[in-house]
Design a protein around this ligand. Sequence first.
Ligand SMILES: Cc1cc2nc3c(=O)[nH]c(=O)nc-3n(C[C@H](O)[C@H](O)[C@H](O)COP(=O)(O)O)c2cc1C
Length: 185
Amino acid sequence: MSVLEALKSRRAVRNYIPKEVETEKIQALLDCAVLAPNDRLRQPWHFYVIRGEAKLRFKEIAKEFLLERFPTKPNLVQDSLAVLEKTPLVIVATADVIPGDEASSEDNEYAVCCAIHSMWLAAKELGLGMVWRTRGVGLVRDERLLQFLGSPENKKVVGTLFIGYPEADAPESSRVAAVEKTTWL
Ligand SMILES: Cc1cc2nc3c(=O)[nH]c(=O)nc-3n(C[C@H](O)[C@H](O)[C@H](O)COP(=O)(O)O)c2cc1C
């Protein structure tokens, strides 16, 4: 698959068949992630692989968070937890925060975004589906997730990646043409 083909066919995949992702494939995704461009080669990323028993523990903090966030929407909480249950693999990606250096910390986050996109394309080629989640069960802005990861110092969660073998083709998603988003000066 060419890079252009992967870019054009990549989709956010949110539904998976009940099949575990092989450890070799997880490793292949991570090996691609660390090739991403990054300022001054700080390689400011860390990846936390969550599956099996760890995923059950993740579900507990997700439940706590969702019940707190959506106290009047029990169906939404149930549906979100069901999504997590049906997701074979979760990977959390963090960026290094450099105390007192806001600009470099920001660049570190950009680098992690590049790494996540590399994983998304690599997933496509490996026959996997992936979605980057921040909201809801993604827990990206909730302190509980950092605690779950072991409260690593000076790390910011950038993305929670849900991954598995796709159940079906993801729906098309259209874009405004680049020409309308471009100013040639
Ligand atoms: C930073 C970021 C955060 C996202 N957060 C969520 C999320 O919380 N939940 C979700 O279902 N999808 C999330 N997505 C996936 C987008 O919704 C998806 O990429 C968009 O709908 C376009 O679809 P496509 O990727 O198939 O082209 C996120 C994507 C990005 C880049």
